[in-house]
Every structure is written in structure tokens, then in C-alpha cells.
Write a protein that binds this ligand. Structure first.
Ligand code: CAA
Length: 257
């Protein structure tokens, strides 16, 4: 399928989705968002793909929602279009999703990175929520995901000041998994994706679901959901393969069944 604002490259068992509006620093227009969620829907269904890298390329991740597209919209128009609600398709993706971030990840761009499961940042990366400078607040999860990941005071600083933080600070705060030289970011993320792609897909899916549940439930609900997934996995061929491969001292081969 052809896209106008993104590129999708499948090198099974991984795929790379690249935001591609370089002239406006990958500003997240409604069309671009639609393309990303459509592409992820396709990759979700494609059994040959087991992990995905999401990147903006070598220079910039994304400088946020498209300000030109929003500047003169009314509240009712914004509500009807529910532009930020469409991002739910990214957060709902069930396979490992790794953000490879170079340069600016601002506003919706930062929120998009925070929807991913792992973040590899180039040393040039900058993460921030400058919405307050535009007279708005983040609308795609920033006010909720920052405090749950970095804590209240960091979240307040980022939201209220609108100033971005460096990749190193983001790493110290636990928002970024790895900081690497900018020219290595995408390759390191792909390497991580290939490593994950060798693992049992259903166990990965349940692990991801369980961790995300921790952001959204009481501990007793989370523990109950975790237990159900744990027992469920004993119904899979991959669990038998994983445990027998261990006992037979060989590498497991997993089918996602
Ligand atoms: N929307 C639309 N266009 C954007 C954009 C955005 N978010 N960010 C940058 N651009 C455009 C610029 O208008 C400029 O276009 P022209 O060449 O036609 O003038 C081009 O991209 C290059 O940008 P700059 O010349 O500004 O580049 P710079 O290197 O001097 O500055 C920057 C880079 C600091 C990221 C600056 O572009 C900037 O501050 N961008 C806006 C960041 C922002 O406020 N993001 C939040 C958006 S709101 C949001 O995301 C809401 C939400 O939660 C969903």
C-alpha cells in the first residue's frame, strides 16, 4: 500500500515505520496520523512481522501536531475530528513497538514516543511538551504518561515550562532506554527489534499487556490479570517449545501459537 506521509519497510520479522514530512519537521497532520494507524493495523495482522520500529528518520522525530492545521479550528471541530483520539490505534498495537528518536520529539511527537514500549534516543534528541506556549495543553496523553513514568515534579516542569529536556536527562529519568550516537539510533532500535522478534510472540504480547495494565488498574486487578495471562500461556505451543528447548539445551523456535 502506498502512503504519502510515512514510509513502511518490512524486513521480516521486523518492520520500520518512518514519519516522512521533513519540510515541517514531521508535524503530525491528521492524514499522517491516519496513515500511521493504518500501517500499524496492517503490521498487526501480518504474522511475519513480530516487532516494529517507529522513527522520524535521522534528523527529527516529530515536532508535534500540525499547528497550521489546528490554528483556526473551533473546539467543536476539534472534538468532531477527534484528532488526538485517533492515536489510540498506536497505544493499542499489541506487538513490541520501539521508538527510534533523533532530534525533536515535541508535543504530539513526544506523546507518540511515550506510547511506544521502548525508546532509543540519539544523543541529539530533545523531549518536551511545548503546548503551553501555544495556549493549549498536550492532548495525546502527555499529562498522563509523563507523571506515571517520570513522576509529578518532572511532569510539572515539562508541562508548565514548555522547555524540552535532553536525551541524557530523559535517560536518567527512565523515559529513554538507551542513548546512542545519533547516526546509530535507527540501527540500534532495529537490532533490539530483531532480538525481540526471536522471542515467543504471545508471551511478548501478554507481557506488554500486563505492564500496561499497571498504569491503568489497582495492584490487585493488575495481579489478577497477570495471573490469567500466565496460566493462559500454558495453553500455547510456544510455552511447550520454550520449556523443552531449555531442558534440551537448544534454542527455542517460536511460532506464535
Ligand atoms: N506544526 C506545523 N509546522 C511545523 C511544526 C508544527 N508542530 N513544527 C515545525 N513546523 C514547520 C515550521 O513552521 C517551519 O516551516 P517553514 O519552513 O515553512 O517556515 C519548518 O517546520 C521548520 O521549522 P523551524 O523553522 O521552526 O525550525 P527550527 O529548527 O528553527 O525550530 C522547533 C524547530 C523548535 C521544533 C520549532 O519548529 C517549533 O517550536 N515547532 C513547534 C513545536 C510545538 O509547539 N509542538 C507542539 C504542537 S501542539 C501538539 O502537539 C498538541 C498535541 O498534544 C497533540
Amino acid at each position: 500500500m502506498g502512503y504519502d506521509h510515512i514510509q513502511v519497510e518490512i524486513e521480516a520479522p521486523i518492520a520500520t515505520v518512518t514519519l516522512n514530512r521533513p519540510k515541517v519537521l514531521n508535524a503530525l497532520s491528521p492524514d499522517l496520523v491516519r496513515e500511521v494507524t493504518t500501517a500499524l493495523g496492517g503490521l498487526e495482522a501480518d504474522e511475519s512481522v513480530r516487532a516494529v520500529v517507529l522513527t522520524g528518520g535521522p534528523k527529527v522525530f516529530a515536532a508535534g501536531a500540525d499547528i497550521g492545521d489546528m490554528a483556526d479550528r473551533s473546539a467543536v471541530e476539534q472534538l468532531r475530528r477527534d484528532h488526538t483520539g485517533r492515536w489510540a490505534g498506536v497505544a493499542a498495537f499489541t506487538k513490541p513497538l520501539i521508538a527510534a528518536v533523533n532530534g525533536y520529539a515535541l508535543g504530539g511527537g513526544c506523546e507518540l514516543a511515550l506510547m511506544c514500549d521502548l525508546i532509543v534516543a540519539g544523543d541529539s534528541a530533545r523531549f518536551g511538551q511545548p503546548e503551553v506556549n501555544l495556549g493549549i495543553i498536550p492532548g495525546a496523553g502527555g499529562t498522563q504518561r509523563w507523571p506515571r513514568t517520570a513522576g509529578k515534579y518532572v511532569a510539572m516542569e515539562v508541562m508548565l515550562s514548555g522547555s524540552p529536556i535532553t536525551a541524557r536527562r530523559a535517560h536518567e529519568l527512565g523515559i529513554v532506554n538507551k542513548v546512542v550516537p545519533a547516526e546509530m539510533t535507527i540501527e540500534v532500535a532495529r537490532r533490539m527489534a530483531r532480538q525481540l522478534a526471536e522471542k515467543p510472540p504471545l508471551a511478548l504480547r501478554m507481557a506488554k499487556e500486563s505492564v500496561l495494565k499497571a498504569f491503568d488498574s489497582s495492584i490487585s486487578e493488575g495481579l489478577a490479570a497477570e495471573r490469567q495471562s500466565f496460566y493462559f500461556l500454558f495453553s500455547t505451543e510456544d510455552q511447550k517449545e520454550g520449556m523443552h528447548a531449555f531442558l534440551e539445551k537448544r534454542k527455542g523456535v517460536f511460532k506464535g501459537r
